[in-house]
Design a protein around this ligand. Structure first.
Ligand SMILES: Nc1nc2c(ncn2[C@@H]2O[C@H](COP(=O)(O)OP(=O)(O)O)[C@@H](O)[C@H]2O)c(=O)[nH]1
Ligand SMILES: [Mg+2]
Length: 405
């Protein structure tokens, strides 16, 4: 119901505006709710707020609305966490993943696993507690079959956590390489504007230059660094020290080569320092000829591309290589995903308890012993979904919210 009228307090008109009324349980929190809409100046909204507080209202704490929605059973804890992620999302994919969690993708997945385990625990209890009744015998094989299925689902969630975090938080990527290979030029091409200084003089870039860009709906925190080489110049040496620190911290390396020159000692050393890390080799300056073959670098890099900085599709070529490397080109943001450390820990605890159950069965213990592990797994899952979670954990979850969300 929406009403138009005047806000009057102590006989004085504050403003005119709208009131929206929501009758329980059909509101966000599940309680009776009214929303006032007034004209947007801070003075007017401040007066209206003061009037409400004088009449007995209390200001909402961080996440209070969502917390009430959770406590009233409107949403699960994983959905509440998704609300926060959606508000904080910094890329299209992050927003899509949060939206899907809000729609309950993770919650449903956890429910599914939980239900299969509850059925199993029920069957087990019936066999143990009422052996004289006509209950179908639960075999170790059947127990193992159900618990393996649940383990596989949980293991997939845990394995995908890192990729989910990439979507949520973005990736720190550093452009590295020898002087003058075109690092700053490519940095500018990827940023879409002339952010870093480009000159034919080696040693132009000294400080680390950063820019946030979006690649395939993912946020990339891209940095351009000073060229790596031996130098007597103290300022440049400091720049190189910073480049190396940046390389350490980056989750993704973009190693640039001047492809018009053969692979030299410095280039080989760079390749070796990239080995085993997520790194893309970019062989630049193809307009001046190609003396470095992709195959030469593939022993060290999972992805290598040949480009010329001035060509139209260069940014696209590098971005596609990055998405392939991070395995994000086939990422399904609608799938259930764990969204934070709390959820990850609970999923891992459930997984471990099921592993224990399996180990107990393998070691020839009774189904009873495996049943104890099963209960542990169930309680970890209930913690994940928030069905059975300590007050302190709830406090922690909502303390990270903004006020009034
Ligand atoms: N021909 C050609 N020149 C390039 C290309 N990329 C960069 N350069 C030039 O190489 C020089 C060094 O580039 P810069 O981006 O400053 O290299 P950095 O030291 O690695 O950051 C500049 O004169 C650029 O214009 C390319 O693809 N082709
Ligand atoms: Mg540079």
């Amino acid at each position: 119901m929406a009403l138009y009228g005047h806000f009057i307090h102590r006989g004085k008109v504050i403003d005119d505006g709208m009131m929206l009324g929501f009758r329980a349980p059909a509101s966000y929190t599940g309680e009776d709710v009214v929303e006032f809409s007034c004209h947007g100046s801070e003075v007017v909204s401040g007066m209206l707020l003061s009037a409400c507080i004088e009449c007995g209202a209390a200001p909402a704490g961080p996440g209070e609305f969502t917390r009430r929605a959770f406590l009233n059973g409107r949403i699960s804890l994983t959905q509440a966490e998704a609300v926060m992620d959606l508000v904080a999302s910094s890329s299209r994919q992050a927003a899509a993943a949060a939206e899907s969690a809000l729609e309950g993708a993770l919650y449903r997945k956890i429910q599914e696993i939980e239900e299969s385990l509850v059925t199993l625990a029920g069957h087990l209890a019936a066999c143990v507690d009422f052996p004289e009744e006509d209950v179908e015998e639960l075999t170790a094989q059947e127990f193992a079959r159900v618990s393996r299925q649940a383990r596989a689902e949980l293991a997939a969630l845990v394995e995908n956590y890192d990729r989910g975090m990439v979507i949520k938080r973005g990736v720190r990527a550093a452009i590295v390489g020898s002087p003058n290979v075109g690092k700053s030029t490519l940095f500018n091409v990827m940023s879409g504007f002339e952010r870093a200084i480009v000159t034919p003089v080696a040693g132009t870039t000294r400080d680390v230059v950063r820019e946030q860009i979006q690649v395939g709906g993912i946020q990339l925190l891209l940095s351009d660094t000073a060229g790596l080489h031996q130098t007597e110049d103290v300022v440049e040496a400091e720049g190189i020290r910073r480049s190396e620190a940046e390389m350490e911290q980056a989750a993704l390396l973009i190693a640039v080569y001047d492809g018009s020159q053969p692979l030299d000692v410095a280039g080989r050393a760079l390749a070796e320092s990239c080995a085993g890390k997520p790194a893309v080799a970019v062989i630049n300056k193809s307009d001046l000829g190609t003396m470095i073959d992709v195959a030469e670098l593939l022993p060290w890099f999972a992805e290598a591309v040949v480009v010329s900085a001035n060509e139209r599709d260069t940014a696209e070529t590098i971005e596609q290589a990055i998405l392939r490397l991070l395995k994000l080109n086939d990422m399904d943001t609608d799938a259930a995903m764990l969204a934070n450390q709390r959820q990850l820990r609970a999923a891992e605890a459930a997984l471990m308890a099921l592993d224990d159950a399996d180990a107990a069965l393998m070691a020839g213990y009774t189904l009873d012993a495996a049943g104890v592990c099963l209960e542990d797994a169930l309680s970890a899952l209930k913690e994940l979904s928030g069905e059975n979670v300590a007050e302190a954990v709830i406090d922690e979850v909502f303390s990270a919210f903004c006020v009034g969300k």
